[in-house]
Design a protein around this ligand. Structure first.
Ligand code: NAP
Length: 393
């Protein structure tokens, strides 16, 4: 049976890998709509490659460029919020949500429709508004399939038993580009160095999050919402080979793990599958050739963002929303060379500590979450302006 699919973030790293999976299974998928941010030419290209019916660009000013690029193709197009909403409203069995950052929350939430499946890459949706998002998904009978390789692995491992028998669910981190660097050297690292991920090829924001290990922290919060596991039963291990993506330790001491070569097409194919698995023409994992798999504990001294995310998860309430918003602003400022590497964790820590005094409860709706997100962004922006002032003095 052919499944209809809409891809949010179709021009990004996950979007492009999804296109590869779909094109390898042309008879199984029909692409209804593709959504991009600002790059009209790239969106037009992916829309044509996939034979999509509709292409929507979030940036309204790209409307003409998109129309021009698609003229004569028969593909309809639109730009701005209403076009993005039109894309998610159109008839599709599955929506793959891969917009980067909190910008992905509103369209991903709008994509929740009875009977639909969401293949979720946009972890920020769950970090910003986890309880509200998951409550709505359950109410509407929407299946959420994790695309993140760690959660995809956990999803399989957890299927081997009952939630109550899980002692620990562990997600792995490759350790990022600074795994072996001293704190002093990391402190001076620029965004280009932080983006040089040793294993994965990804978008710019997640690259920096991987260098700070905030990405792993966001993934712990994501795992909490996806699998209904509290902070005490979630953990992180550094595993530089990036072969074991997630492990479940059961209360009898046995472990079930998910292994694969580090290629996002594997979890994407899995998240898009209907029944069984899609056959993928990818290199096979040869454990004998690899020979050795190594694991180490994360160093939260050199990577304080991980402990900040763990603290936000434990504190609950609105703290994950605040953490996520402050992190996005700090990462943007770091990429723009306005702050240093360890200013990212400092900004997040100060904003979280300011908001923690208010004991705000977990946002009950996505709109509430976006309100808190805005407030936390403003606080982080003010802090970064203050940094700039201090540096100028
Ligand atoms: N890359 C990975 O290996 C990986 C693994 C696991 C999870 N994830 C998660 O997947 C998500 C996407 O990551 P990525 O690496 O693919 O990011 P990316 O390469 O930066 O791509 C982001 C995509 O989102 C679009 N976009 C940005 N802002 C938008 C907006 N306001 N409205 C609509 N579209 C917008 C971009 O369009 P333009 O190109 O036009 O800007 C692009 O298509 C993130 O949440 C990330 O954490 C990624």
């Amino acid at each position: 049976m052919t499944r209809s699919l809409t891809i949010l973030g179709a021009t990004g790293s996950i979007g492009r890998s999804t296109a590869d999976v779909v094109l390898a299974h042309r008879d199984e998928f029909r692409v209804e709509a593709v959504v991009g941010g600002r790059n009209a030419a790239a969106l037009a290209q992916v829309a044509q490659r996939l034979g999509a019916k509709f292409a929507a660009l979030a940036d309204e000013s790209g409307s003409e460029a998109l129309k021009q690029a698609l003229s004569g193709t028969g593909i309809e197009s639109g730009a701005g919020c209403s076009a993005v909403l039109e894309a998610v409203e159109r008839d599709a069995d599955t929506v793959l949500a891969a917009i980067s950052g909190t910008a992905g929350l509103a369209p991903t939430h709008a994509a929740l429709k009875p009977g639909r499946r969401i293949a979720l890459a946009n972890k920020e949706s769950l970090v910003c508004a986890g309880s509200a998002f998951m409550t709505d998904a359950r109410r509407l009978g929407v299946e959420i399939m994790p695309v993140d390789s760690e959660h995809n692995a956990l999803d399989h491992a957890l299927a081997a038993g009952f939630n109550r028998d899980v002692e620990k669910a562990v997600i792995t981190a490759s350790g990022g580009p600074f795994r072996t660097w001293t704190r002093e050297r990391i402190a001076k690292a620029n965004a280009k160095e932080a983006s040089a991920h040793p294993v994965w090829s990804m978008g710019s924001k997640i690259n920096i999050d991987s260098a700070t290990l905030m990405n792993k922290g966001l993934e712990l919060i994501e795992a909490h919402h996806l699998f209904d596991l509290e902070a005490e039963r979630l953990d992180v291990l550094v595993h530089p080979e990036a072969i074991v993506h997630g492990l479940v330790q059961w209360n009898d001491g046995a472990i079930t793990a998910g292994l694969a070569l580090p290629d996002m097409k594997v979890p994407i194919a899995n998240a898009l599958r209907d029944q069984g698995r899609l056959t993928m023409d990818l290199p096979r994992l040869d454990l004998a050739a690899i020979g050795r798999l190594s694991f180490e504990r994360p160093d939260e001294g050199r990577f304080p963002c991980l402990s900040l995310a763990k603290a936000a998860l434990k504190a609950g309430g609105a703290m994950p929303t605040v953490l996520n918003a402050a992190n996005e602003i700090a990462v943007e400022a770091y990429m723009a060379d306005q702050i240093k590497f360890y200013d990212i964790s400092e900004v997040v820590e100060i904003v979280c500590s300011t908001f923690s005094r208010r004991s705000i409860s977990a946002p009950a709706t996505v709109a509430d979450a976006l309100g808190i997100d805005q407030e936390a962004r403003q606080a982080a922006q003010q802090l970064i302006r203050d940094y700039a002032e201090t540096t100028r003095l």
